[in-house]
Design a protein around this ligand. Structure first.
Ligand code: FES
Ligand code: FES
Length: 176
């Protein structure tokens, strides 16, 4: 077994892994972070999406061994105690959570998107969301939730601030 050190949900962690382990496997099976879902397992459905150093990535396609020093955020790292993150709250407010299986991946996708492009156009938003498959098919309510986030400027700005703060902390921790 090998190990690497990285930031996971704001904490510095040294994590053991086997050569071919994916990020999704390590998150769910080694770290117990089961909010990230195993859907297709080959990069198509989006259920396994997490944020790695600011980018939304499909964790089933990422080899864990490539992540030394990365800053990883999963759905478990979003809420502030019992207070939902504004994106999570928008999904509740827009009735966009059905069975909820695809929801964590979409929320993380939007987190990465809005932290970089708070003023994203509807077409671009649809394009990004279309890469996520929802078997409950509530696409309209998912789009409405994303618009709710965007309409409430403080949601999108908070994301940008959260991301910048997390990136700064990660750089400082990794230097220690
Ligand atoms: S489980 Fe990774 S994209 Fe479907
Ligand atoms: S909410 Fe059920 S799969 Fe998307």
């Amino acid at each position: 077994m090998k190990n690497i050190t990285l930031m996971l949900n704001g904490k510095k962690e040294t994590i053991y892994f086997e050569e071919g382990d994916t990020l999704l496997y390590v998150l769910r099976d080694r770290m117990g972070l089961t909010g990230t879902k195993f859907g297709c397992g080959y990069g198509v459905c989006g259920a396994c999406t997490v944020v790695v150093s600011g980018e939304a990535v499909r964790s089933c396609k990422v080899l864990f061994k490539t992540l030394e020093g990365a800053n990883i955020l999963t759905i478990e790292g979003l809420a502030n105690g019992k207070k939902l993150h504004p994106i999570q709250q928008a999904f509740v407010d827009a009735n966009a959570v059905q069975c909820g299986f695809c929801t964590p991946g979409i929320v993380m996708e939007l987190y990465a998107l809005f932290s970089k492009e708070p003023d994203v156009s509807n077409d671009r938003l649809k394009e990004v969301l279309s890469k996520h498959l929802c078997r409950c098919t509530g696409y309209e309510s998912i789009f409405n939730a994303a618009k709710l986030v965007q309409k409430n400027e403080s949601y999108a700005k908070q994301d940008k601030k959260d991301f910048e703060r997390a990136a700064k902390l990660a750089r400082e921790y990794m230097k220690e």
